[in-house]
Ligand binder design. Structure first.
Ligand code: ADP
Ligand code: ASP
Ligand code: MG
Length: 830
């Protein structure tokens, strides 16, 4: 052998799908002409599947054989024709290919006659794909080389002449002695520069063609690396490296720049298809570093897999094994009886069922394990048969099989010895509303696995991925009511989005907006720079079911509805939303001040589904009024009374009303400046204030209905039913009456204030009161709210919360703060 050291480069099917990709691969291989390269190739993308499908369909009928092979012929011939310039060159590749197709046709016809394919027939046919791609790549490299001044010498090698394996219980085992001898003959660095070898295929102990199992070319590359004492093994594929999760399922997945063999092994075993688990052993034995690189982006560094893991990140990646079945064997008879597990797993081994995960509680009352879904049917009878006697005697009560499960696993060497990681993992799944059926953690602490329902796998993957800050915590948001508050909120979120993402790894995705009759939905997120146009031009009629399903998309772990409407109808949907595990954040008072029956129902549903309800802004906008009350109660204080001015509008009207101007004209001016509801009676009636009191009363534990409140309405009875204009026109007739109340108060050194009061006995009232001029409520800024809590702790000197309690900007900011609180509850970085 030459003194030059081999580099092994493996190209997967995803890098060899068409002529263009062969060109790209060749460019990579010819980039540094001096190096000695052993190249391992997979079949062209999809080829192995096509061949295996043909074998399976031939078991049923001979009909598809011809058309199947001719499709394969056409694809390969077209690729060869596009790459090779001379007719002779094309013929050199196509002639043996056609001979192979004839052999394949013979085998397939034999399969169709027998009606069943032996493993050997299947292996023989499946392995042609690698032979064809190796031959073609070598021929193309040769052609390019001949056009270069001092091009490399190229040849192709059939791996069946090199790799000898023995199939055992653990899969194919390499006969190193024989294989090494073969390799020494075929890989002669003195006379060749590039040797292209087929991946996937090998020869078995009987001298017959075999394969290394699906995706086995990675394994081929690593075996060859060990045989040649290679300096490195590069696995070229279609992604930038080993990613923190399957990028098809977690778009935010990021490349892991360095990982240990063990970490790569766990990730691969647990479903990260980018590298085959068996690849690691030969590389480890010879300490050969493995690089995973992107054929489509050769300049990217890729991932490096070696003895050391590189970074000290606790979690490197998250993967799933889909399609498993969970089996639970339960019975008091197992307690303290040695050998039960041995018999159980012995029976499974004898039946050829591989066990993916085992979990047994220390009570020994049950053993639970996961098997591939394909064994789900078989496994129950195997277990029942192994324990026939115990089942009859009632020592084992049940053998249950739960099909359609997945395993989600978090992997990282750095997890060892760090407390709280399992809690974080299970917590994130819990917060995403995912039920965990079984868990397992090996004592290496490199992997924690949870078995969940298959339908939740992607959601779980994303939740865990963001739960460990491998990607931003993504929250799917549906906004209802893009009116005054809603619109400002959207603008505020848009302005903060980048900051939230960078600083807190938080990604609020506004994926739906609903007005009273229309809605717009976006798969990823609505472009907040243009949401007004999108609603105007690209909306559809409102359909609550569709809206809800869209926001609560199964692939996104967390969904919240932000209700910025004041609508009772919308509040009527909360129950449904909580029942689906969605969260709700809202300044809408209707749900909380509606009937107690509904109030109880939504809170019960919210608790049952672990959902969050954020409604600080229903009272006093962003002022911490509800949270303060809760803190007092949670810390054991007893609230004696709560009083205050809860309406910015009414505060304004009575701050301005000093007897000089008629009350009706102050109302009219306030309305014109946007300080009142469009219909000022909504403010003047006192109902809005009463609703806020109800919310606080219920927060205090009082079971009050709106009808239990004594409310002094400032709307004369006779004007209740009038139109807004007629109401405003008729209001001056009552100015005299209002002026008299003002005068009486004034003469007594008092001022008029519209006050809400609530006490621990459940008495509540809202009314216009005359307060002495030095009363705290008499001295507030124009539209301020003020709330005074008297409690056991705050008795002599009450606790006061005061400040602007209305207006779109502060209300929206309050809702935004609630959303951030929600994110914190869900485990976002703080
Ligand atoms: P090749 O044909 O090159 O062997 P594969 O399709 O077998 O390629 O493997 C690469 C694919 O593995 C990627 O395209 C990606 O979809 C999938 N994959 C699954 N999990 C991961 C992961 N954790 N990191 C990178 N890729 C992954
Ligand atoms: N072509 C084989 C398969 O598809 C081997 C490989 O690509 O690694 O399984
Ligand atoms: Mg692969």
């Amino acid at each position: 052998m030459s003194s030059r050291q081999w580099q092994v480069h493996k190209f997967g099917g995803s890098s060899l799908a068409d002529a263009q990709q062969f060109r790209r691969v060749s460019e990579i291989l010819l980039a540094d002409p001096g190096a000695l390269k052993a190249v391992v190739v997979s079949a062209m993308g999809g080829m192995t599947d096509a061949l295996l499908n043909l074998v399976s369909s031939s078991e049923l009928s001979a009909d598809p054989i011809e058309s199947g092979l001719s499709a394969i012929h056409d694809r390969y011939a077209a690729t060869a024709g596009a790459l090779l310039e001379s007719e002779a060159g094309v013929a050199e590749v196509l002639n043996p290919f056609k001979a192979d197709l004839r052999d394949a046709a013979d085998v397939l016809h034999a399969v169709s006659l027998v009606g069943s394919a032996a493993d050997r027939s299947r292996d023989l046919v499946a392995g042609f794909g690698e032979i064809w791609s190796a031959r073609l790549l070598a021929a193309f490299l040769q052609q390019l080389s001949s056009q270069m001044a001092d091009g490399p010498r190229v040849k192709w090698v059939d791996a069946r002449d090199v790799l000898i394996v023995e199939h055992g219980e653990m899969g194919p085992g390499v006969r190193w002695d024989l294989s090494r001898e073969n390799a020494a003959k075929r890989f002669d660095g003195a006379s060749d520069d590039i040797a292209v070898m087929t991946g996937f295929i090998a020869t078995d102990q009987d001298g017959l063609p075999t394969t290394l199992g699906r995706n086995g070319s990675d394994f081929s590359a690593s075996i060859l690396g060990a045989l040649l004492g290679a300096q490195s093994i590069s696995i070229w594929t279609d992604v930038d490296g080993v990613m923190s999760a399957d990028p098809n399922r977690v778009p935010e997945a990021a490349v892991i720049s360095d990982l240990s063999y063990n970490e790569a092994m766990e990730l691969a075993y647990f479903g990260a298809k980018v590298i085959h688990p068996q690849t690691m052993a030969p590389a480890v034995a010879h300490s050969i570093p493995i690089r995973i690189r992107n054929t489509f982006k050769p300049s990217a560094r890729g991932s490096r897999i070696g003895a050391e893991g590189g970074s000290t990140d606790q979690i490197k990646g998250i993967t799933t094994v889909d399609d498993v079945a969970l089996v639970n064997v339960e019975g008091a008879g197992m307690i303290g009886v040695p050998g039960t597990a041995d018999r159980l797993f012995g029976a499974l081994r004898d039946a050829g069922i591989s066990v993916i995960l085992i979990s047994q509680a220390s009570s020994e009352h049950s053993i639970c394990f996961a098997v591939p879904a394909s064994s789900a049917k078989h496994v129950k009878s195997v277990v029942r048969q192994a324990f026939t006697a115990e089942l009859e005697q009632g020592l084992i009560q049940s053998v249950e099989v739960q099909a359609h499960c997945s395993i989600v696993a978090v992997v990282g060497d750095g997890m060892a010895g760090i407390p709280g990681l399992a809690a974080r993992f299970f917590g994130t799944l819990g917060n995403a509303g995912i039920n965990i059926r079984a868990i397992a953690q090996g004592s290496s602490e490199r992997n924690i696995s949870a078995v969940i329902d298959r339908e939740h796998a992607t959601r779980a993957l994303r939740a865990a991925h963001s739960g460990f800050y491998l990607s931003a915590k993504t929250i799917s948001v549906g906004l209802v009511g893009p009116g005054h508050v809603g619109a400002v909120l959207l603008d505020q979120i848009a302005a903060q989005a980048e900051h939230l993402r960078n600083e807190f790894s938080l990604d609020f995705r506004i994926r739906a907006i609903a007005s009273s009759s229309r809605m717009c939905l976006a798969e990823k997120a609505i472009d907040l720079a243009r949401w007004r146009e999108i609603i105007a031009e690209d909306s559809e009629p409102l359909d609550w079911e569709k809206f809800t399903a869209h926001v609560n998309a199964d692939h996104l772990p967390h969904a919240v509805i932000v209700d910025c409407s004041a609508s009772e109808d919308v509040a009527g949907h909360y129950l449904d939303w909580f029942n689906q595990g969605m969260h709700v954040a809202t300044p809408n008072k209707k749900a909380h001040s509606g009937t107690l029956a509904y109030y109880d129902q939504i809170h019960e549903a919210r608790r049952r589904h672990n959902a969050h309800f954020l409604y600080e802004t229903t009272v006093g906008a962003a002022l911490p009024i509800i949270e303060t009350l809760r803190d007092l109660r949670r810390t054991g204080d007893q609230i004696i009374s709560i009083e205050g001015i809860f309406s910015g509008t009414l505060a304004y009207l009575f701050n301005v009303f000093d007897g000089s101007k008629p009350f009706s004209s102050i109302v009219r001016e306030a309305r014109d400046s946007g300080y009142t509801e469009p219909d000022p009676r909504d403010d003047l009636s006192g109902t809005d204030v009463a609703r806020k009191l109800i919310i606080l009363a219920r927060e205090m534990g009082s079971r009050l209905e709106l009808s239990d409140l004594s409310i002094e309405s400032l709307v004369p009875d006779e004007l209740q039913g009038e139109s807004i204009d007629d109401f405003l026109a008729a209001l001056p007739a009552y100015d005299e009456q209002m002026k008299k109340r003002w005068q009486a108060a004034h003469d007594a050194g008092k001022v008029l204030r519209y006050v809400g009061r609530l006490n621990k006995d459940g008495e509540a009232s809202v009314r216009l009161e005359a307060l002495s001029a030095d009363h705290p409520f008499a001295n507030i800024n124009l539209t301020d709210n003020i709330v005074r809590y008297v409690s056991e702790r705050y008795s002599d000197n009450p606790l006061v919360v005061q400040g602007p309690g209305a207006g779109p900007a502060v209300t929206a900011a309050g809702v935004f703060a609630d959303l951030l609180r929600l994110a914190a509850y869900l485990g976002a970085a703080r």
